[in-house]
Design a protein around this ligand. Structure first.
Ligand code: PXP
Length: 241
């Protein structure tokens, strides 16, 4: 059975909008665990736009499931990961200007470099995943690099403008799952998955983990709106005329 891994980056995005203390991603992570998440994911970006170093350190100490750290394959992140020891790292490409991770990591021709990057992490018992597009050559290269998992980028499927495009992108993801499994890799899916488009995978076997963040945080904000507003309205109503 696949597991749900919840990405809490955008709880931190909301907090960083005021550079304050709320909402607290660690609390969101605990609530996600209580609600059935089997892993918590954070992306510690080079520019620290949402998740901060202290979030990762606190999550490592406090969460009860698994901590997956998304990161660029830089020296800084390598050192941090070896110190924090997440259960798994997921290597992603990172550009400063992008709104979110735009494409998969290029693994072709970088198999040795990636293998050398991952080996010390593996020695510390940290699992590894490479976030890649559903492309046969990339999947083969990820396998040659010795990654335990690939995470297939589902963004092109999620953002496809027409039903025909969506079907074509879905077919690529399904083929990617097949190739990955055939090569002995574990296969995760993530990016842009929401309460509608995730159903396409309801009868697909071979997926270990669904990595979902933005749609869950978006829904949480709106489903919590009624309680949040009525609580404040109740408070204000008790004030004198
Ligand atoms: N997987 C990876 C590698 C990502 O970079 C992201 C976005 O941070 C996600 C999954 C989650 O995507 P979304 O927030 O669109 O659910």
């Amino acid at each position: 059975m696949p597991i749900l891994a919840v990405n809490v980056d955008h709880i931190a995005t909301l907090r960083q909008a005021r550079l304050g203390q709320e909402p607290e991603p660690v609390t969101a992570a605990h609530m996600a665990e209580l609600a059935g998440a089997s892993a918590i994911i954070v992306h510690l970006r080079e520019d620290r736009r949402h998740i901060q170093d202290r979030d990762v350190a606190l999550l490592r100490q406090l969460i009860k499931t698994r901590l997956h750290l998304e990161m660029a394959a830089t020296k800084e992140m390598h050192r941090l990961a070896l110190g924090i020891k997440p259960d798994m790292v997921c290597l992603v490409p990172e550009k400063r200007q992008e709104l979110t991770t735009e494409g998969g990591l290029n693994c072709i021709g970088r198999e040795k470099e990636l293998a050398d990057y991952l080996a010390p992490l593996h020695e510390e018992g940290i699992g590894s995943s490479l976030f890649i597009d559903p492309d046969a050559a990339q999947i083969k290269a990820a396998s040659d690099a010795g990654a335990h998992y690939i995470e297939i980028h589902t963004g092109a499927y999620a953002d496809a403008p027409t039903p025909a495009d969506r079907q074509r992108e879905l077919d690529k993801v399904l083929e990617g799952i097949r190739i990955g499994r055939e090569l002995g890799l574990k296969v995760n899916l993530g990016h842009g998955l929401n309460y509608e488009n995730v159903w396409a995978f309801s009868k697909v076997s071979g997926v270990s983990e669904f990595s979902i963040g933005h749609s869950i945080v978006s829904r949480a904000v709106l489903t919590g709106m009624t309680e949040a507003v009525s609580r404040m309205a109740d408070i204000v109503r008790t004030f004198p005329d």
